[in-house]
Write a protein that binds this ligand. Structure first.
Ligand code: AHR
Length: 324
């Protein structure tokens, strides 16, 4: 074979190898993730879980955006993901409403949007592909059911004497605040003597939980139960209860949500009574969903996380292995 023929054969073979390789390796997908901020230990665990899961998978390139608890920052971030022509968007909605127009823009650009943790309101749910995360209504119901059996077991509820309950709500208009409140009331309505005497937004933060609890206690020293929409606010409230000269976990029964380490410790110390788990470790599920999407599979309309609940009967045993 002449030299120039040899060159042609080598070039053809190289092209074949290149095209087989290109065919075998699907393109790296760019995924934009609009997170709401870092208001709680739970949120930090959630962010780290998602970032690590994508970092460990060479099929993806994750663009992370922290909205610092501002809806307008989320809208800007999603618009920038659309402009960058990302392959998919992961989105945790700070509050349920107000995202319709930007989700329409993503739909128009044919970019699938997957909700993670917090959903948008019903009227906008047709604009996203699926939602993965917790059943917040069920979490609120679990809190109410736990409270009913605890009060009964301790002889603290005769079914007629009024029980004053204070509620620390999460960010007004957010899915977990709306749905946990609803779930708790689904159970409370069957207890005519339960009186949700105080209910206020503590924005899911420890500092606001403390501040709002101080105000509750000034207005009503007879509060017997605190239902907090997350552990972070419960932990802040515990400080306020102590500073008011009361014993958290004894004078006031305390139920939180999330099952973060700090709350486990408070239960073990007898300063809180229960926490309903809300699993923030959503990264692996998110990666799996986007793999499925890329492979052309239809995603289920709802991807649930598996969760438990903890009190003095099981918190100490679970504490050493808690990841968040
Ligand atoms: O959306 C989940 C909630 O948001 C968690 O319960 C809370 O801790 C977080 O801030």
């Amino acid at each position: 074979m002449t030299n120039w023929k040899k060159v042609l054969v080598i070039a053809a073979m190289a092209m074949m190898v290149f095209s087989v390789a290109a065919f075998a390796a699907p393109k790296v997908w760019t995924v934009g993730f609009s997170q709401i901020g870092s208001e709680s230990e739970w949120r930090t665990a959630d962010t780290i879980s998602v970032q690590n899961a994508f970092l460990e998978d060479p099929s993806f390139n994750l663009i992370y955006s922290d909205a610092q608890q501002k809806q307008e920052n989320q809208i800007k971030a999603i618009r920038s993901f659309i402009a960058r022509k990302v392959d998919a968007i992961l989105f945790t909605a700070l509050v349920e409403t107000g995202y319709g127009p930007v989700l329409q823009e993503a739909k128009k650009a044919k970019i699938p949007v997957i909700m993670i943790d917090r959903d948008v309101a019903k009227e906008d749910q047709g604009l996203r592909l699926t939602i993965m995360g917790s059943d917040f209504i069920k979490e609120g119901e679990k809190a109410g059911t736990w409270l009913a059996s605890y009060l009964k077991a301790k002889g603290m509820d005769d079914g007629t004497t009024p029980i004053d309950i204070a509620e620390l709500q999460g960010t007004t208009g957010s899915a977990p605040a709306v749905e946990r409140a609803q779930g708790f009331r689904n159970i409370a309505k069957d207890h005519a003597n339960w009186n949700i005497a105080h209910s206020q937004d503590g924005d899911f933060t420890s500092s606001q939980g403390k501040q709002v609890m101080e105000a509750f206690l000034k207005a009503d020293p007879k509060i017997q139960v605190l239902f907090a929409h997350n552990d972070q606010m419960a932990l802040g409230a515990i400080q306020a209860i102590k500073e008011a000269g009361l014993q958290p976990g004894k004078d006031i029964t305390i139920i939180g949500m999330d099952a973060v380490k700090g709350m486990f410790q408070a239960i073990v110390n007898g300063e809180a009574n229960a926490t309903i788990e809300c699993n923030p470790l959503l990264g692996p599920q998110a990666v799996q969903a986007i793999h499925d999407l890329r492979a052309g599979h239809k995603l289920p309309a709802r991807i649930w996380t598996i969760e438990s609940q903890f009190d003095a009967t099981n918190a100490a045993a679970a504490l050493p292995t808690r990841q968040y």
